[in-house]
Design a protein around this ligand. Structure first.
Ligand code: COA
Length: 212
């Protein structure tokens, strides 16, 4: 267990919980502005597509980075993934898997928009080694109750422990305040497919990382 607080536990995501965590991310992030711009407003079509994409991404991040979840008695109520330095951009196998997923959902037509989106994100990545956060979300009915703050505190503790910088993109201004409270600072703002995006960096801690 990584942390506790107000009947929540912060833990690493277990393999058998990947589908539940992916479903939570899909339900909570389906109306983020970029998702709406790319995929439209048909939730019945969008949610399974997003869940499939997040499931693959969470499996990747369990292997090469970290995935933290907040749990209460009933199950997972929040999720955040972290890619380690140098692994922000998924490899060819993952990209082909995503194209297959889009094709199965009859959404191959959005691939050029996704490519434009990811190209802007890639161009704005900081040059220093960093842990790349995302996706991150809290179950819809639990938002605004401190779950995201607890996950963010655990993420920042992990960044301090490994002595790493943290980096993220967000398409919602409300999220900027949450991340700023964790020590992230806006380093750039850009339009992505006409949607305003904030790019935020948390510098590495001044002291050296703890030994494992
Ligand atoms: C962003 C998110 C993870 C924050 O988790 P949370 O548990 O709601 O946040 P907390 O209750 O710990 O903290 C509240 C802060 O989160 C931010 N916030 C963002 N979206 C929010 C929402 N829907 N409800 C409440 N707070 C929200 C605000 O900064 C808020 O601070 P404020 O009270 O000063 O306005 C969560 O609201 C969420 O899943 N949103 C939808 C998906 C999303 O945008 N994911 C992040 C992509 S970068």
């Amino acid at each position: 267990m990584i942390g506790t607080g107000r009947s929540l536990r912060i833990e690493s995501l277990a393999g058998h919980d990947v589908p539940a965590a992916a479903a939570l991310l899909a339900a909570s992030m389906r109306d983020n502005p970029l998702h709406r711009r790319v995929f439209g407003h048909d939730d019945a079509r969008l949610q399974p597509l997003l869940a499939g994409a997040f499931e693959a991404l969470l499996r990747l991040r369990r292997d090469d980075g970290r995935v933290l979840v907040a749990r209460n008695g009933a199950g997972i109520v929040g999720v955040v993934a972290m890619a380690p330095p140098g692994r922000c951009q998924p490899g060819l196998r993952f990209r082909l898997h995503m194209l297959g997923l889009l094709a199965r959902h009859g959404a191959l037509g959005v691939a050029p928009r996704i490519a434009r989106w990811l190209a802007v994100w890639k161009r704005n990545e900081p040059k220093i080694p960093h842990w790349h956060l995302g996706p991150a979300a809290v179950e819809r009915s639990r938002q605004g109750q401190g779950v995201g703050t607890q996950l963010m505190t655990a993420v920042c503790a992990e960044l301090d422990r490994v002595g790493g910088a943290g980096y993220l993109e967000t398409d919602k201004e409300a999220n900027v305040r949450l991340y700023a409270r964790g020590g992230f600072r806006v380093i750039a703002q850009r339009e992505v497919l006409g949607i305003h995006n904030w790019f935020m960096l948390r510098p590495p801690p001044a002291r050296p990382p703890e030994r494992a």
